[in-house]
Write a protein that binds this ligand. Sequence first.
Ligand code: PEP
Length: 257
Amino acid sequence: MRKKIVAANWKMHLSFAEAMALTDAFLHGLDDSGGLEVLIAPPFPYIHEVLNGIQRHPLISVAAQNCSEHNNGAYTGEVSAYMLASVGVEFVITGHSERRKYYGDIPEVISRKVDRILEHRMSPLFCCGETLEDRNSGKHFDVITGQIRNSLGHLSVENMKSVVIAYEPVWAIGTGINATTKQAGEMHRFIRNLLSEIFSDDVSSGTSILYGGSLKPDNATELFSCEDIDGGLVGGSSLRATEFLTICRAMETACSR
Ligand code: PEP
């Protein structure tokens, strides 16, 4: 049975007080009966307090939004996987299209970040996704294949058991235009087949593959009805408690079917 996960990526938003109020609203709005795992990815300075806040909740974990490709050393401004693990972080987002676009996270760098995350016994939440240009020129499957092979292809089957994948078409992130259920379902199935080809059938059937890209209360139920979609990575809508909680409930309902 694959884990069903809904993750809130707060990106570089919110003051400390706003972040703690949102954490509180999530805590009060989520029960622990639905079998859903919820991740909160706050900005770095808030991680410790969010971790303290969620201690009472068995199904909420904290994800970091990024980590360094290096273990430690003279890298001013960077945060290592070692540091994140030492405060209790369990997941780290890597391969996000904003990091690929603005911060030079090329596949080799992402691959090293994945290694650091795994070395410290955390789970990489690995994002992949094609641009609109890739899709319009029919290259989307090749692009996703390249991203997965180049950054995850070297992992052992054992290590792959800790990896969560998020399919996030770049053209859907923050645009209000989500992938259709048909487009997302097709890509999720494709990724699952690819995992079987590169790793094993067990990895393919056991890996949680989340959808991300303008996920909202009004499209979550339909997207989550797709068998190969195991949850969502939510940006904009995770900044509003009612929207995020509605998305979580849509996933819980999908789990119970
Ligand atoms: C994201 O940044 O991962 C994301 C999916 O953002 P949004 O939900 O705002 O499209």
